[in-house]
Design a binder for this molecule. Structure first.
Ligand code: SF4
Ligand code: SF4
Length: 425
């Protein structure tokens, strides 16, 4: 049975929220929890709030704890007085000695960088792969991904759907224990169809790093992804769901292990990125190009906020940029606003506005433009660009029918539908 989780503003504590997410082993309603990006906005409230200062504070952390892990040396530089310049995300934090950082997952202790996200997930649960959103990875109906998250994020999106975990340090949302090393996560995934009753024997063939941003738990996520690739008896697919706010070298290091990427394109203007997300669009666009040039599968959600990032000119610029730089086969997902966190007072995005956005995407030449969060809408389905037949019919995140053959072709006209349609590809 699907469950939905009330938000904190309806009286649920962060701890209850996280417990609900992490311990169920059951599929969540897509309308209540969406990976990383498509959440809710409350625009006017947020104005003036978004420029959160980087706060660093000394914290007492026992470096012998299992969840504290030294990071690989190549991901940071040592500066004067044992200060560290982190090289993981585009924020490029300067951490004085004995200080934490913006993403709340890293600590400088005596000139060495540690992560507190290691083996310390707050979410470990199977959900449909479509929830990514990944619509071109229907590895046959009913296949699930194991979603993994820890506390922490490098952004401060004012509408964050999952702020109860993304805006907390990993040790503050520890609910599953701190011994979930990479091997244990992979073993849990491989046995999930036997140990989690709600799966009813359906195997989990993917691991999706999502809900908060895997860049914040970079060391942990890449270690799990590498471990997953060692499995011989079954092919496990790694999926990175992120803001894409990562430095090029750190992203390139994931390419040998990650099969599919979902990078959110939050808005067209610098102002929107800076005021609403405390980030910049440039590194995100660069990340998308790196992934695409490497030949990896990429899908892009765009959350449309009425009266904020919905200007026709902005949306048309975004779809044109995607078309021109990433190609006509890159799926776009326009998502409706679900008001949350500091932006809880803005109404949902009208369906007509999302339909306009979808039409602008199709008019720009993109072949696969979807609408999220509107169950039953034709924009949920995948349509063959040649014969126009419905090759994947969905209701929400549930695949009702898949008319793509094992070679990834439309069953009616044999046109190739881009994506990863077979786990053994
Ligand atoms: S990037 Fe971080 S803050 Fe923004 S929506 Fe994703 S998890 Fe939330
Ligand atoms: S991952 Fe990003 S936010 Fe976190 S310490 Fe490194 S540069 Fe700063």
């Amino acid at each position: 049975m699907r469950r939905t989780f009330p938000t904190k503003e309806k009286g649920m504590s962060r701890r209850d929220f996280v417990r609900g997410l992490s311990l169920s082993g059951a599929a969540l309603g897509a309308s209540s929890l969406l990976p990383c990006a498509p959440g809710g906005f409350g625009i006017r409230e947020a104005e003036g709030q978004a420029e959160e200062q980087i706060k660093t504070k000394a914290v007492d952390v026992d470096l012998n704890k299992p969840y504290v892990h030294p990071t690989p040396a190549k991901l940071y530089k040592i500066e004067e007085d044992k200060a560290i310049r982190c090289q993981i995300c585009a924020r490029n934090c300067h951490l004085p000695n004995n200080k934490t950082c913006f993403c709340r997952t890293h600590i400088n202790r005596d000139g060495k960088l540690y992560t507190t996200a290691w083996a310390n997930p707050c979410i470990l649960q199977p959900d449909p792969v479509e929830q990514g959103p990944l619509y071109h990875m229907a590895l046959r109906d009913g296949v699930r991904a194991m979603y993994v998250a820890t506390g922490g994020c490098m952004l401060r999106c004012q509408y964050c759907q999952n702020y109860q975990i993304s805006q907390e340090a990993p040790m503050d949302v520890t609910m599953l224990g701190t011994d979930w090393g990479p091997k244990k996560v992979v073993e849990y995934t491989l046995k999930a169809h036997e140990t989690i009753p709600s799966l009813k024997g359906i195997p989990v063939n993917c691991i999706a790093y999502s809900y908060s941003d895997p860049v914040a738990f970079y060391e942990y996520f890449t270690a799990i992804a590498k471990e997953a690739k060692k499995v011989k008896k079954r092919k496990l697919i790694n999926i990175m769901v992120s803001s894409g706010y990562i430095r090029p070298d750190a992203l390139k290091a994931t390419l040998p292990y990650v099969d599919a990427y979902v990078f959110t394109f939050k808005g067209w203007t610098e102002e929107f990125y800076e005021k609403i997300c405390s980030a910049k669009p440039g590194p995100v666009m660069e990340s998308m190009k790196i992934v695409k040039e490497a030949g990896k599968w990429l899908e892009i959600p765009i959350l449309i906020v009425p009266s904020y990032n919905d200007r026709e000119e902005y949306v048309k610029n975004m779809v044109k940029w995607v078309h021109d730089n990433l190609g006509e086969n890159t799926p776009l997902h326009f998502a409706a606003l679900m008001p949350k966190w500091k932006m809880s007072n803005v109404p949902r995005t009208p369906v007509t506005l999302l339909e306009d956005c979808r039409n602008w995407g199709l008019e720009a030449g993109l072949k696969f433009v979807y609408l999220l969060n509107i169950p039953g809408h034709d924009g949920n389905n995948t349509w063959c660009p040649k014969c126009g037949s419905c090759v994947v019919r969905r209701i929400g995140v549930k695949c009702m029918s898949v008319m793509v053959d094992k070679r990834g072709r439309c069953m009616k006209c044999k046109t190739k539908i881009p994506g990863i349609w077979n786990p053994n590809v």
